[in-house]
Structures are given as structure tokens and as C-alpha cells.
Ligand binder design. Structure first.
Ligand code: ZN
Length: 159
């Protein structure tokens, strides 16, 4: 029988919204933070954590009800869940599948983690630009000061 379909049905049991699958285990809360969904919770969100997953060992799933995440919101996710798969749900069905895409540069999502960076003290506001130095594992380098970012504190510097 079609096991993947059964699994998919389990995670798509919301009427309308967005399902984020294949998030690395333990990162679901970080995903909510990056999407700005950890605050006042205007949108119902459900988390499924530590689901056994053949590919990844374990994974988290996030279901966001009544909200279709935009591509730019999804691209932020690539910073912590580059292999996430995204389904837009309408009337209990998968209406669209999206992929997260980090690209070559992350612009105006996170600021450089070095306080003395020129991008932070500039008189004229500068775009926050972090270049993707390597994808696996992910490392980012500031466009201005050239320094490699501390991935553990990345989320603290979200704009
Ligand atoms: Zn910098």
C-alpha cells in the first residue's frame, strides 16, 4: 500500500494553511521563532516533534492553520531547515508544494553577529547582507566585514 500517502494524510489534517515537514528534530520551536509565530499566536499552530523518519532519523512537523506562508518567509526557513518540504493546504488537500531556497545571499533577514561590523554602525542604513559560503554545513559570511557568522546565535540577530 501507499505508505507515504498515509503519512501525508496524517500531517495534512488541517483545513487550510501550511504544513512544514522534514524539519530537523528539535528545531520546530526555532522555526516558529523565525516565522514570528511564537508571539501572540494569532494563528493556531501545532507541532509534531521527533517523528521517526527514515531519511533523517527524526524530524519535526509544524502545521500552521489559516495561513499560507510566502516564499520569502519560507526562504528564511532554509537557514535552519534547508531540506524542509512545504505543502500549502486548501480544503484538506495539498494545493501546492513549495521548496525552501536559500540562494547565494541572505538579504535583510539577519544582521551580522559582530557588533563592530560596518553594516551596523553606518550613518546611512545598509542592507544586511550575508553570503552563503557553504551549504553543507551551512555557513554564512558577512558581505561587509567578511567574517563567518556564529550559527548558534544566528536567530538572536533576526531582523
Ligand atoms: Zn559584518
Amino acid at each position: 500500500m501507499a505508505a507515504p500517502e498515509t503519512a501525508m494524510r496524517r500531517v495534512t489534517a488541517i483545513n487550510n494553511g501550511t504544513v512544514l515537514d522534514h524539519i530537523p528534530a528539535g528545531k520546530a520551536l526555532l522555526v516558529l521563532k523565525m516565522l514570528g509565530l511564537d508571539g501572540e499566536m494569532a494563528t493556531p499552530v501545532s507541532l509534531v516533534m521527533n517523528v521517526p523518519s527514515g531519511k533523517m532519523g527524526g524530524k519535526d512537523i509544524v502545521k500552521v492553520e489559516d495561513r499560507e506562508l510566502t516564499q520569502s518567509e519560507l526562504d528564511r526557513l532554509a537557514l535552519i531547515a534547508p531540506h524542509a518540504s512545504v505543502a500549502i493546504i486548501r480544503a484538506y488537500n495539498v494545493a501546492e508544494k513549495r521548496v525552501v531556497n536559500l540562494g547565494e545571499e541572505v538579504v535583510n533577514v539577519i544582521s551580522c553577529c559582530f557588533n563592530n561590523c560596518a553594516s551596523l554602525g553606518a550613518r546611512e542604513p545598509l542592507d544586511h547582507r550575508l553570503k552563503v559560503a557553504t551549504h553543507e554545513p551551512l555557513s554564512l559570511r558577512c558581505h561587509y566585514c567578511g567574517r563567518t557568522q556564529d550559527m548558534d546565535t544566528l536567530v538572536d540577530n533576526l531582523l
